[in-house]
Ligand binder design. Structure first.
Ligand code: PLP
Length: 457
């Protein structure tokens, strides 16, 4: 983020002296500190100096309905006054949590009719991974606890979810992640597939790799497969045609639960409530969600799971799922989620996201002609631009070039926020984005890329 503005800047100083921003390079942070955001409305943020930014990052893939909605604030305030908290660990519930569970069961595909509320995406995935063990154990397969994930996936920041995910650059040596019982398959990135393969051959290879792993390890030791339908912070990776469906079919053949991590893709990001079935033809056993569930107004996550799993859990009576969170089913967060879903429905934001998302794809595609850009990819309101040193070999620039951070810094100076991740600039704007705002994003990002390209030579 930018250097501090020159106003008397107590907030900047307090943050600088006391706060930890984990995915910030601590060296530059010492000098620059944080951009202090004071206000948000719609797709825009304002810093405390009054500078406006179009937030094409959507907060953190999450401000789906846009910021500053008075009816959201009112729903939250009303619920805080009526009932701010009630225990959800035990056999006690509250109106918003009960209504939201029923609503999610209505929106989720197939027989995903059961919901466990969490505090966010990491805790939803963490719980889903433990659900895999629980389920197979209850069915008399105590060794069927292993999890298969993919390279370059991100599933959260708890110790377990960081172990399951495996994004490049996150595997710092300070943390010794759990490796036992977790396997990572090749990232299904068509852009980075072996040069001699067609996309269809690449897909065959990826599916064969999964089959080979199961043959080697044994289906009796693998309980779950987890996949973001579109790998988000690993680089907006849309897998080859048919890949997810075929991986799901492999799971079905070997009694492996399919967990769709839809923390990013759900609630409209690519035009659907949930992407797994609607976009990719997969009926998961478990969906994890968060972010767009409340559009970031309050923290909340949900693990939505099948009647089939519930029936196994409930069978025989005397059992507990000993995994609870104090803020599970939080009435105020659930009230925010209900109002958020009501707004998405009332304003037709799924259809809007699909149409403005197509326009976004069309307007961003020509950026691929810029000398620095190797690939522009994504779907609807999840797009990224990948920088390369050589378009033909797809070789990356050296890390020291730091080009994606420089591009985002230049864009920020022009009133646009995009997120640098590795050699990518990533965007996930609110669903309410308009076509003129898309034009602004495309034009500003192009200028920023051109300026950084000129500085590199
Ligand atoms: N899963 C995916 C796909 C994510 O992108 C994220 C966060 O970005 C998470 C899980 C973790 O969610 P949270 O940060 O709410 O814990």
């Amino acid at each position: 983020m930018a250097a501090p503005n020159t106003l008397p800047n107590d907030l900047w100083q307090m943050d600088h002296d006391h706060a930890l921003h984990p995915w910030t390079n601590f060296g530059p942070f010492e000098k620059q500190g944080s951009l202090v955001i004071a206000r948000g409305e719609g797709c825009y943020l304002w810093d405390q100096g009054g500078q406006r930014y179009l937030d094409a990052v959507g907060g953190m893939w999450c401000t789906n309905i846009g910021l500053g909605r008075k009816e959201m604030a009112q729903a939250i305030a009303d619920q805080a006054e009526t009932l701010a908290f009630a225990n959800y660990f035990v056999d006690m519930t509250n109106g918003p949590a009960a209504r939201l569970a029923a609503k999610l069961a209505e929106l989720a595909p197939g027989d995903l009719n059961r919901v466990f509320f969490t505090t966010g995406g990491s805790t939803a995935v963490d719980t889903a991974v433990r659900m895999v063990s629980y389920y197979h154990h209850a069915r008399g397969n105590p060794e069927k606890t292993g999890i298969v994930a993919r390279e370059n996936s991100y599933h959260g920041s708890t110790y377990l979810t960081q172990s399951v995910g495996k994004r490049n650059g996150d595997r710092v040596e300070e943390f010794r992640y759990k490796e036992d019982g977790i396997w990572h398959l090749t990232c299904p990135n068509p852009y980075r597939r072996p040069a001699h393969m067609t996309e269809a051959q690449f897909c065959d290879d990826l599916v064969a790799e999964f089959e080979a792993l199961i043959a080697r390890v044994g289906a009796d030791r693998i309980g779950g497969f987890i996949a973001e339908p579109i790998q988000a912070s690993g680089g907006i990776i849309i897998p080859p045609e048919g890949y997810l469906r075929r991986m799901w079919q492999v799971c079905q053949r070997h009694d492996i639960l399919f967990i769709a991590d839809e923390v990013v893709t759900a609630f409209g990001r690519i035009g659907h409530w949930f992407a797994s079935l609607s976009e990719f033809g997969v009926q998961p056993d478990i969906i994890t969600s968060a972010k767009g569930l409340t559009s970031g107004y309050l923290p909340l996550g949900a693990m939505i799971f099948s009647d089939r799993i519930w029936d196994v859990m409930a069978e025989g009576g005397q059992r507990w799922f000993t995994s609870g969170l104090t803020y599970s089913g939080h009435p105020v967060s659930c009230a925010a989620a209900l109002k958020n879903i009501e707004i998405i429905e009332r304003e037709g934001l799924l259809a809007h996201a699909a149409s403005v998302g197509s326009y976004f794809e069309d307007r961003m595609a020509p950026l691929a002609d810029l000398p620095l850009v190797g690939n522009v990819r994504g779907k609807k309101l999840m797009l990224c631009v990948e920088s390369v040193a050589d378009k033909h070999t797809k070789a990356l620039l050296p890390d020291e070039a730091n080009e994606s951070k420089r591009i985002s810094d230049v864009a920020e100076g022009m009133g646009l926020l995009v997120r640098p991740i590795g050699h990518l600039n990533v965007m996930s704007p609110p669903l309410i984005l308009t076509e003129p705002q898309v034009d602004f994003i495309a034009e500003t990002l192009e200028k920023a890329i051109r300026r950084v390209t000129d500085d590199l030579v």
